[in-house]
Design a protein around this ligand. Structure first.
Ligand code: HEM
Length: 321
């Protein structure tokens, strides 16, 4: 007959199980006791940064996406390379991630470390900063559950093929999302992020010079003029949504059927039968877009997330402890 463990051992097992479970659960109020000023510090840092540098919102939203889609929001994209490791952020596609997005996370982390050391993960900071910045530029508010841990691995070699590129066929882009359990509709809703921010000319140069069919003729002429010098000046860039570039709204979808989309992948959403009806729906109904974008962002925020002992609380966001 199996022996029952002595009572003190049962209590120990119960306590360690309980700690493990409560450590690994994501929760809206995760920091309410351990870092009561978390929300205030985040809000102050983000407001200051966005007011002085209005490109921060789009920059951070893209950074969040590039972190999340690879192996969950674990701030692995924030880690700097070392002589022994080429990190994610030094993969080709990530070289254009804007410094201001990294900066807003660093600022929040510095302020939070002063108020509650070794408590708040960089992954949670990135998730909340993104939500607050999206809201600040007019987008929907959504809940961000907290308690993510930071990843300990960041390798440039894992990036290629896992992040969408504008020149990929739509099937390949859809596959990237499908592999992570995101539907075609969720992919279209998330792509509405291109309602803010900009793209460098090299990202769409082959379309505006060689394959102009999808563009409105006057728009493509304007793009050719704006990007004329892009090989000499690689910083040249154009707004993703030329109608309301700084406002989070559904104009991105309204632009697409008019030939006012920028990237080949943006046009692709409107020419592929699997995605076109969602472009149509979101172009007609901004509330629906906001609802679906918010839901998809909540889902992206918990996809593959690390909790408990699956990760760490980094001391600095750009280096593993
Ligand atoms: C569906 C496939 C997607 C492709 C092919 C794609 C590609 C790109 C490219 C090439 C740029 C320009 C980057 C530069 O030149 O600096 C860009 C910008 C941007 N992307 Fe995407 N993207 C996709 C989906 C998404 C998603 C799902 C999000 C967020 C949820 C997102 C957020 C952004 C934002 C906010 C910008 C502007 C960044 C800035 O202004 O700094 N993208 N994207």
């Amino acid at each position: 007959m199996a022996k029952t463990p002595p009572p003190f051992l049962s209590i120990l097992i119960f306590l360690s199980l309980f700690t493990c479970l409560s450590e690994s659960r994501l929760d809206l109020n995760y920091y309410s006791k351990s870092c009561p000023r978390f929300n205030d510090i985040m809000r102050d840092t983000i407001t200051n940064k966005q007011i002085t540098t209005p490109t921060t919102a789009a920059a951070t939203l893209r950074l969040f996406f590039h972190d999340a889609i690879l192996n969950g929001v674990d701030a692995s994209v924030l880690i700097s390379s070392t002589p022994f490791n080429k990190a994610e952020r030094d993969a080709d596609i990530n070289l254009s991630l804007p410094g201001d997005a990294f900066d807003v996370v660093t600022r929040a982390k510095t302020a939070l470390e002063l108020s509650c050391p070794n408590t708040v993960s960089c992954a949670d900071i990135l998730a909340v900063a993104t939500r607050d910045l999206v809201t600040m530029v007019g987008g929907p508010y959504y809940n961000v559950v907290l308690g993510r841990k930071d990843g300990r691995i960041s390798k440039a070699s894992t990036v290629d093929g896992n992040l969408p590129k504008p020149t990929m066929p739509m099937s390949q882009i859809l596959e990237i999302f499908k592999n992570r359990n995101f539907t075609e509709q969720e992919m279209v809703a998330l792509s509405g992020a291109h309602t803010i921010g900009f793209s460098h000319c090299k990202e769409f140069s082959s379309s505006i010079y060689n394959d102009t069919n999808h563009y409105n003729p006057r728009f493509v002429q304007g793009l050719q003029r704006a990007c004329g010098d892009y090989q000499k000046n690689p910083t040249l860039s154009v707004f993703n949504d030329i109608m309301t570039p700084n406002k989070f709204d559904n104009l991105y979808y309204q632009n697409l059927p008019k030939g006012l989309g920028l990237l080949e992948s943006d046009h692709g959403l409107n020419s592929d039968l699997r995605t076109q009806r969602f472009v149509d729906m979101y172009a007609r109904d901004q509330n629906l877009f906001f609802r679906d974008f918010a839901r998809a962002m909540e889902k992206l925020g918990v996809y593959g997330v690390k909790t408990g002992r699956g990760g760490e609380i980094r001391h600095r966001c750009d280096a593993i402890n």
